[in-house]
Design a protein around this ligand. Structure first.
Ligand code: BGC
Length: 733
């Protein structure tokens, strides 16, 4: 134990058989070792576990569902005991789990908003706390390896995994990815345990052509370098220990078999030294989904040569067996196996698994602790985006009578979405008793007799009567939970029955407040005029209903901003950082209207979010009008709270490169900062522009290009132009 990690790794490797090494590269699902073969049963049949551990040397397991801490503890203890005490070398197993937004596979835990909401806070402290509290609540239970954060970009709003992303901006994803990773991997309160984070799904997964999950992506390397790599790179630089591979194909090659992505890009260009795990049965999918390998053995060969370290096989020993054969026949060298085993063992040592292999059961009181839930509530409040508030219908006054309707009026599961309690979300009765729904939260705030609720199919007379008795209607619309391809849809329009509901409610002549609960922005262009106010609440988690009630009542002043572009049309989606020619109008009047900001291709632009107070931006200044390559330039702006309530404002800075040899985005986020201002208070905020960091972009080969010329810096609807001067004129464009 006194030797260095690398010495200990080498010592072990020198004593391992090839079967033991390959076992370390294998990850099996819980259903292979539990009593029923059903995911929710976190129990262990020791004979089954013993067979995999002793005879096949399996080094990792994954998965489960939300069960109490004690159940996890017993399960992990039994499993790890066999690995440590009964296997020849006593190498502990590493357990992987999808605690996606809080310890979501643990009963009674704190459940934070999903990543799309964290993105909307424009406050990366909330991602840091999500990571930190996940670990405090679950590291004791033998959960060593968390399969989060998702660093894919949400650039196609149809994609059912949009809600797992921090939105469409590479910079926003990078800031939150770094904060989450640091929050998760460095938690003094979790000592003696350390948990590894997983950047997934490497890479380009979030931009499928069809909008369906795990469907092909065509991306140039330049687009990969510029848009899809930065959030991963920033997280690697922050110490991220593992990544999981994109299940789809890029440019015709499944990423699991792509040496270009998994070795040339990941290892050689991005210098990632951690562990690469496959996604679920993705070696198998090369045979019967992508049809790029004739059989499992060929797929295994392709994938190991491409660069994977561990296979989430996860329901058979096919990987294990294929790899043993491939090494025996000389298609894969033992040196190649050693490379992966070295990384896996290093990870196990770094996490302290050899010193502290076992779970502990003396800190269950930290699960769902009050102070943790307070953090989740704060994150949820800051994540709610107010998009429309005609005649200041919100906040609702103290004495108001409310009718709550719609599919999410009285639902707990809808508020937390997929990956919560179970893969597709739990059953309604599994959610905590004390968890509020939108209607129960409003009842708590406004009194039972002042809040009524109607759910189920619309019926003209019942609804008309109910509306006549109240002052305002809250329509809780949106989506039910879904995860991965189960959430594929063919139209982004808000479902027609919900549109009908909104239209009918509006005809009753009482203000209608739409509260959207769901994982992606469903199109509301047809019915937005029928709503007086509209909130995008996304998936705010277990404290979400309280957060929504706090925002509706004004106990919390909304401060969320859209981390995505809210689409207006079903047939046209573009992100804020699109290329100039993406939004080109043939008709000069239309082009002019777009340019003047009179017309938009979005329902609401990226970064939109109202408050109950108003903020005014003034005095945008630049220290100079020329920036030379080796220098930096400070931009400053004054933000004033011109309303009469205290409020928070995320100041989002963008840059625009006017002309580029590779077409430049019309604008792109380069910095954000959230500030709080009292009524009448002003603050000066600044953004320092460093040429290479903020103004360069990658070439087709990934080299950074810095091109002389005019740039604009934009903030709060203002902009200033400056000139970037290269040192040598010969290099100028
Ligand atoms: C998902 C991953 C997840 C894994 C393990 C896959 O289907 O794509 O995000 O971590 O399952 O549950």
């Amino acid at each position: 134990t006194d030797a260095s990690i690398s010495e200990r790794v080498e010592d072990l490797i020198s004593r391992m058989t090839i079967e033991e090494k390959i076992g370390q590269m294998t990850q099996l699902n819980i259903t292979m070792i539990n009593s029923t073969g059903v995911q929710k049963d976190v129990d262990i049949v020791e004979e089954k576990a013993r067979d995999f551990l002793l005879n096949h040397h399996v080094g990792s397991f994954l998965n489960g569902e939300a069960v109490p801490g004690k159940t996890w503890y017993d399960y992990s203890m039994k499993l790890q005991r066999i690995a440590v005490e009964e296997t020849r070398l006593g190498i502990p197993i590493i357990y992987g789990i999808d605690h996606i937004h809080g310890a979501t596979y643990l009963a009674g835990s704190t459940v934070f908003p999903q990543a799309i909401n964290l993105g909307a806070t424009f406050n990366d402290e909330h991602s840091r706390q999500t990571g930190r509290i996940t670990v405090i609540e679950s590291a004791d239970l033998g959960h060593h390896w968390n399969f989060a954060p998702v660093l894919d970009l949400g650039r196609n709003p149809l994609w059912p995994r949009l809600y797992e992303t921090f939105g469409e901006s590479p910079y926003v994803a990078a800031r939150h990815g770094v904060a989450y990773t640091e929050g998760l991997q460095d938690v003094p309160e979790a000592e003696p345990y350390v948990v590894a984070s997983t950047g997934k799904h490497f890479l380009g997964y979030g931009d499928p052509k069809s909008g369906w999950d795990r469907t092909p992506v065509d991306l140039s390397m330049q687009t990969i370098y510029e848009f899809h790599a930065p959030a991963f790179q920033a997280s690697f630089d922050a110490g991220m220990k593992t990544i999981m591979v994109n299940s789809g194909e890029i440019n015709g090659v499944p990423v699991h078999g792509s040496k270009v992505i998994l070795t040339d890009l990941l290892r050689n260009y991005m210098n990632f030294e951690g562990v690469v795990v496959t996604d679920w049965n993705d070696i198998g999918k090369m045979v019967d989904y992508h049809y790029t390998a004739r059989d499992y053995k060929e797929a295994t060969l392709q994938s190991v040569l491409a660069g994977i370290d561990m296979s989430m096989t996860p329901l058979s020993l096919a990987f294990n067996e294929a790899l043993i054969e491939l090494v025996a026949e000389g298609s894969i060298t033992e040196e190649r196996i050693d490379e992966s085993v070295r990384r896996i063992l290093k990870l196990k040592f770094e996490l302290g698994l050899f010193e502290n292999p076992y779970p502990r059961n003396d800190r269950f009181n930290r699960i769902g602790a009050k102070e943790h839930r307070a953090k989740a509530l704060q994150a949820a409040e800051e994540s709610i985006v107010l998009l429309k508030n005609d005649d200041n219908v919100l906040p609702l006054s103290k004495s108001v009578k409310i009718l709550v309707v719609g599919p999410s009026a009285n639902s707990k599961r809808n508020l937390a979405g997929g990956w919560t309690l179970a893969w597709q979300g739990g059953k309604e009765e599994q959610y905590p008793k004390e968890m509020l729904t939108i209607s129960s939260a409003l009842k708590q705030r406004y009194g039972k007799k002042n809040v009524s609720m109607l759910s189920g199919t619309f019926d003209e007379k019942t609804y008309r009567d109910a509306v006549s008795k109240v002052d305002v209607v809250v329509a809780a619309i949106g989506e039910e939970p879904y995860t991965e391809f189960v959430g594929n849809i063919t139209s982004l329009e808000l479902p027609s029955d919900q549109k009908e509901l909104i239209r009918s409610l509006s005809a009753f002549n009482k203000p209608v407040v739409g509260v959207f609960v769901g994982g992606r922005p469903r199109i509301v262009a047809d019915v937005i005029d029928d709503m007086d106010a509209y909130l995008f609440a996304g998936l705010p988690g277990f404290e979400g209903a309280q957060a929504i009630a706090n925002v509706l009542s004004g106990d919390a002043n909304p401060s969320g901003k859209l981390p995505i572009s809210y689409p207006k049309y079903n047939g046209h989606f573009v992100p804020h950082n699109h290329k100039p020619s993406d939004v080109y109008y043939f008709n000069p009047e239309e082009a002019n209207d777009i340019q003047q900001g009179q017309k938009s291709v979005w329902q609401w632009e990226f970064g939109t979010g109202l408050s109950y107070t108003t903020f005014e931006y003034s005095n945008l200044s630049l220290a100079d009008t020329v920036l030379s390559e080796a220098d930096y330039l400070k931009a400053e702006v004054t933000v004033t709270n011109t309303g009469n309530r205290k409020g928070m404002e995320s100041v989002i800075w963008y840059t625009q490169d006017e002309v580029g040899t590779i077409s430049r985005p019309v604008k792109e986020v380069k910095f954000f900062e959230k500030i709080e201002l009292n009524p009448g208070e002003s603050k000066t905020v600044s953004f320092t522009i460093f040429p290479e960091k903020h103004l360069s972009f990658p070439s087709h080969d990934g080299e950074l290009l810095l091109e002389q010329g005019y740039f604009n810096v934009k903030v709060g609807g203002m902009e200033k132009r400056f000139y970037l001067q290269k040192n040598s004129l010969a290099e100028s464009k």
